[in-house]
Design a protein around this ligand. Structure first.
Ligand code: C5P
Length: 406
């Protein structure tokens, strides 16, 4: 997706072995549609060449405040004025210490100090040895940078280039891209707590078999990501799917509809928005056998009987908090035909203010979808597009109904 189309990003590199990841980050930024101007400190050029970064960004790299190519000889002013954001990755311990003091003794620090504070965000991706990261001086600097208006991304955990293991790695390029994209989304759900269900459920027949469905979970995961990008605290109750957890989202894995119901009931009391995107199995086997059902040689298959699963969404929508308007509930309906009529009927049956219809067989497992938003006044089509783009529109719609404007 062209999530950064029209954005101009200044990618600053200070010295650190994590500079090798910045090459990939630069590529991801341009692939996402951004124009990228790379600025490197002298130390950064010892870890990766400006030539590499120039080839990837398609622009000459700037390394010095004495760069004579700028007509007004003021690269430190021009760079910040032109940017939509300054992303410093890696941000070394030394760079952060110098930023805290407002130093301006090289182009990177000059540029950060000279940026228009209100308009151009400064985003820092720290990278350093675990002892350096844990040191009180570094932690003090992080707090001060945040107080001064910078966004300091978290660090990753794991093997470090120095051979040690711990906190301090720079986040992976894809994670940094996701965080930057999220940064630009309007924070229309800030202060809200959103609970999302996603994926299929798995209803056990015996320890090795069960019934499930084709839901991939992609739409629900996209809703969770979009809500997080919009500034909400998000909990995602996921059936059995192999999707990565969106950045910053708390994920709780479940198997069966009864598991999902128990987790939702425990979590929903903290939520202000509930989005039920899971394809919950309508029925489960009346008995889940402890041992594998064996063929007995008679040629007769076992006879299974089923019981209906509880309707999780209808139960939540009927709760006191939902009825009092403290919890906004949104349902999904996957239909094969007559989408509007079925979606309206389902909305009334579940007792939710907003129901999202889609054509099930056309969307299962796909990255794209098309939605029909159905409420008491009628319906609105959200045309075909990537699930994340649709999820962002759904989040904007929910925010509007909660009285938030983008
Ligand atoms: O009735 P149907 O399964 O078509 O309803 C779909 C909507 O209801 C979805 O929002 C789904 O997550 C929710 N649902 C539920 N519990 C069920 C069945 C569906 O929460 N047992």
């Amino acid at each position: 997706m062209n999530d950064l189309a029209g954005k101009h990003i200044v990618l600053g590199l200070s010295g650190g072995i994590a500079c090798y990841k910045s090459a990939e980050l630069c590529r991801l930024l341009t692939k996402a549609g951004a124009t990228v101007q790379v600025v490197m400190s002298e130390a950064a050029t010892r870890f990766i060449t400006p030539m590499t970064m120039q080839a990837l960004s398609n622009r000459p790299v700037v390394t010095s405040q004495w760069d004579a190519r700028e007509p007004n000889h003021m690269p430190h002013i021009n760079l910040g004025r032109e940017a939509d954001a300054l992303l410093i990755a890696p941000a070394s311990a030394n760079l952060m210490a110098r930023l805290v003091q407002g130093r301006a003794d090289d182009l990177l620090t000059l540029m950060c100090l000279a940026r228009p504070l209100e308009r151009v965000a400064l985003l820092l991706a720290p990278a350093m040895n675990r002892e350096m990261w844990a040191h009180p001086a570094t932690q003090r600097n992080v707090s001060q940078l945040q107080a001064d208006g910078a966004v300091v991304f978290p660090v990753g955990q794991g093997d470090q280039a120095c051979g040690e293991v711990g906190d301090g790695r720079m986040l992976e390029p894809q994670e940094l891209l996701d965080l930057l994209v999220a940064h630009f989304q309007p924070k229309v759900l800030a202060g809200h707590r959103v609970l999302v269900t996603a994926g299929p459920t798995f209803e056990a027949i015996d320890p090795v078999r069960g019934i499930t469905n084709h839901s991939s979970g992609k739409m629900g995961f996209a809703v969770a990501r979009a809500a997080r990008e919009a500034g909400a605290e998000v909990t995602l109750v996921a059936g059995p799917v192999h999707l990565p957890t969106p950045w910053g989202v708390r994920r709780l894995n479940v198997q069966s509809a009864l598991d999902m119901q128990a987790v939702v009931q425990a979590e929903v009391e903290h939520a202000t928005v509930f989005v039920a995107a899971a394809a919950v199995a309508d029925w489960r086997p009346a008995t889940a056998y402890d041992q594998k059902i064996k063929k007995d040689g008679s040629g007769q298959p076992p006879v299974l009987s089923f019981v209906e699963n509880p309707d999780i969404l209808a139960g939540v929508a009927a709760s006191e908090r939902a009825q009092r308007g403290e919890l906004f509930c949104v349902g999904f309906a996957a239909e094969s035909h007559d989408l509007e009529a079925h979606a309206q009927a389902k909305r009334a049956r579940k007792g939710v203010p907003l129901l999202v219809g889609n054509i099930g067989p056309a969307t299962f497992g796909q990255d794209d979808n098309a939605l029909l938003l159905v409420d008491e006044h009628g319906c609105r089509a959200v045309p075909h597009g990537p699930k994340l783009a649709l999820a962002r529109q759904l989040v904007a719609e929910i925010a509007r109904r909660l009285g938030r404007v983008a």
